[in-house]
Design a protein around this ligand. Structure first.
Ligand SMILES: C[S@@+](CC[C@H](N)C(=O)[O-])C[C@H]1O[C@@H](n2cnc3c(N)ncnc32)[C@H](O)[C@@H]1O
Ligand SMILES: [Zn+2]
Length: 205
């Protein structure tokens, strides 16, 4: 069945933030719910763009592709742009094999009426400070909520802490920053490889 023939979702007011996306009926695990649509822009264009809501300057409709491009859901986007974030998500974005399109997929069975949520795991090139975390504060209320919509895996946090310890002067700090960026790129590549392995296992995906 075509993805939009009989939508799995509906838009409603969310208790988390503004408009949210909810299951219109039971959604089985693994369902491709909808595509994340929007204009493709460069990371630089995304950085330079004026906030979509001046009263909420950290509000974002961006979805990052592993090829470095950004999908701007605020321009030519569909309902997927209203999916809110959770640190314990029931959905995630899957890229196609070419890495050019993203589909929102159910991570588990989702009951009718449940809000659809994915982990934004936002990546920002600046050092992750307490201020930055609070600018992207998460209100998901999950037991494992990390308090921010920014990507902050435990492993990454402790690796970064180790790197900081040995960085006693400016030069070493710059090297640590470069190392963090390389690690981030490696993690993205690992994810892409996992997806390609999934595709080889099940080419219909
Ligand atoms: C793509 S929009 C989601 C749709 C949004 N509810 C709306 O009505 O425009 C992303 C923005 O929603 C807000 N948001 C989403 N999930 C959130 C959460 N778990 N905690 C706090 N704010 C959240 C943030 O302002 C974020 O930048
Ligand atoms: Zn959270």
């Amino acid at each position: 069945m075509a993805l939009n023939a009989h939508p799995w979702h509906e838009l409603k007011q969310s208790s988390l933030h503004g408009t949210g996306v909810f299951a219109a009926r039971h959604i089985p695990a693994g369902t491709y719910i909808m595509e994340y649509e929007g204009k493709r822009i460069s990371a630089q264009a995304a950085d330079e763009m004026e906030p979509s809501d001046p009263n909420d300057p950290y509000h974002t409709f961006f979805f990052s592709l592993t090829n470095g491009k950004i999908i701007d859901g605020g321009n030519g986007g569909n309902d997927s742009r209203f999916i809110n974030h959770s640190c314990e998500p029931n959905c995630e974005g899957h890229e196609n094999a070419q890495g050019t399109r993203v589909y929102i997929v159910a991570l588990r069975n989702i009951d009718e009426g449940e809000e659809l949520l994915y982990d934004y795991a936002l990546t920002i090139d600046d050092e992750i400070t307490a201020t930055l975390k609070s600018q992207y504060a998460c209100l998901c209320g999950a037991e494992s909520c990390r308090g921010t919509m920014l990507a902050l895996p435990d492993a990454e946090a402790s690796e970064d802490a180790d790197i900081e310890k040995v960085s006693s002067d400016e030069c070493e700090k710059k090297q640590a920053k470069r190392l963090r960026k390389l690690k981030k790129r490696m993690r993205k590549l690992e994810k892409k490889i996992d997806r390609l392995i999934d595709l080889l296992d099940d080419p219909k995906r």
